[in-house]
Design a protein around this ligand. Structure first.
Ligand code: FEO
Length: 409
């Protein structure tokens, strides 16, 4: 059963996190493999004459969430619920909460949020709903709450809350990541270092389809001055950022822009009977000889890595090498699916080398070239061969790798 962490984050005003650590989940959104788990963070702020709940939790953990909330406050005393984003990992517990609250709390969110909540949970939950306008300020319990829309981080409904006097940004999905960090905040650098790759994977799989909006929305927040002024960033997943609040949005910007790590090359291939693999051994040898650092994922008859992990490697790679068998006059199905997701969610301006092997006719290489041509990736070369690796194939492969390297250096 998931653990629930309830911790006081600060005094005056009193602020708490209620963090459900979901270690049972295997596939986020029934798609993305996350053995690292995920947390659902809600926050409670006690003010003069008002008690505000920021987001909730997933429906299957409603009892855990309500029990934890009940230790901090009688749900009937909660006067406002801020709905930053309606995806049910943050709102699934809302109907049960409103029952316990007697439908007294005012819900605050965007017009999209109101529409989506009504769709998910029925008309009754939005009877007391205040629809915000972008940049609107409300005085609640003596504090100024500014609501700023950040559409497509992760849905069109999404907004953040900036509590002006306190410099607090409640950011929901934006600033979040997969994983169940050992701490609630960024105070331990080792915890942060272990967590950041999960953040990258989260960004690509969850927001990658909309990744131009990452850069756009963070620029919007920067221009408003609130990232520089923030004393704490409190996301809906993962770590709270208070030692270095700006760091998480800098990481988001780097991932959104595809900022590369020097020398990192993502190598991805299938090999049914070793014909592609022999070719990739040459590719890897040539990369390493030239001082590059290949990160390898392969589909064989003994292993099948998670596509979500592969996607998480794309943003900071300098280049990508794809090896594919021709399979039933098409790209091998594992690579076909991986490419489908990669081109949709991790579509960056990076050079790509294609390597292939076939039995009686090479089709995969040409089909991958066509897909690449419709994306932001740059096609460098394709080296495809029939069956076993021959001496001339090896020369051709080494040449193609050197061409790729010259592209990035
Ligand atoms: Fe964490 Fe898009 O929900």
């Amino acid at each position: 059963m998931p653990d629930v962490k309830v911790e006081k984050i600060r005094d005056d005003p009193e602020l708490y996190i209620i963090r459900v650590d979901d270690d049972r989940i295997r596939y986020f959104e029934a798609t993305w493999s996350i053995p690292e788990g995920i947390t659902y963070n809600a926050y409670l702020m006690k003010l003069d004459g008002a008690t505000v709940l920021f987001d909730l939790s997933k429906r299957e953990y409603t009892d855990l969430f309500m029990e934890a909330l009940g230790k901090l406050v009688d749900p009937k005393e909660i006067t406002h619920v801020v709905i930053h984003h309606t995806e049910p990992d943050h709102t699934g517990a809302l109907p049960a909460f409103l029952e316990a609250n007697g439908y007294k709390a005012k819900l605050i969110g965007t017009s999209f949020a109101k529409r989506f909540l009504e769709g998910f949970y029925g008309e009754k939950v939005v009877e007391n709903f205040h629809t915000i306008k972008d940049g609107e300020e409300m005085s609640i319990g003596g504090k100024t709450f500014r609501f700023i829309t950040v559409p497509w981080l992760h849905w069109p409904d999404t907004m953040i809350t900036y509590v002006v006097e306190e410099g607090l940004i409640f950011s929901c999905d934006a600033g979040g990541g997969y994983g169940i960090p050992e701490r609630i905040d960024d105070s331990d650098e080792e915890v942060v270092q272990r967590y950041l790759p999960h953040v990258t994977k989260y960004i690509v799989t969850i927001i990658g389809h909309y990744h131009k909006y990452i850069v756009q929305n963070i620029k919007k927040l920067r221009n408003l001055g609130i990232i520089d002024d923030a004393r704490m960033i409190l996301p809906g997943h993962g770590l709270i950022w208070r030692k270095n609040p700006a760091r998480i949005f800098e990481h988001y910007e780097a991932v959104g822009a595809g900022k590369a790590t020097k020398g990192k090359v993502l190598v991805l291939y299938d090999s049914m009977y070793g014909f592609v693999e022999r070719r990739m051994e040459i590719v890897l040898d040539e990369l390493r000889k030239n001082g590059l650092n290949p990160v390898v994922y392969r589909f064989t008859d003994k292993e099948a890595p998670a596509v979500s992990d592969i996607l998480g490697e794309v943003p900071d790679s300098e280049a990508i090498i794809i090896g594919a068998s021709t399979f039933e006059a098409d790209i091998h199905p594992r690579i076909r699916y991986t490419l489908f997701e990669l081109l949709d969610k991790a579509n960056y301006e990076k050079p790509v080398l294609i390597v292939g092997a076939y039995g009686w006719g090479g089709v995969a290489g040409r089909k991958i070239e066509t897909l690449i041509a419709r994306s932001k990736f740059d096609h460098v070369d394709t080296v495809e061969g029939r069956g076993m690796l021959r001496k001339e194939d090896e020369e051709r492969l080494r040449e193609a790798v050197r061409k790729l390297i010259s592209w990035i250096s």
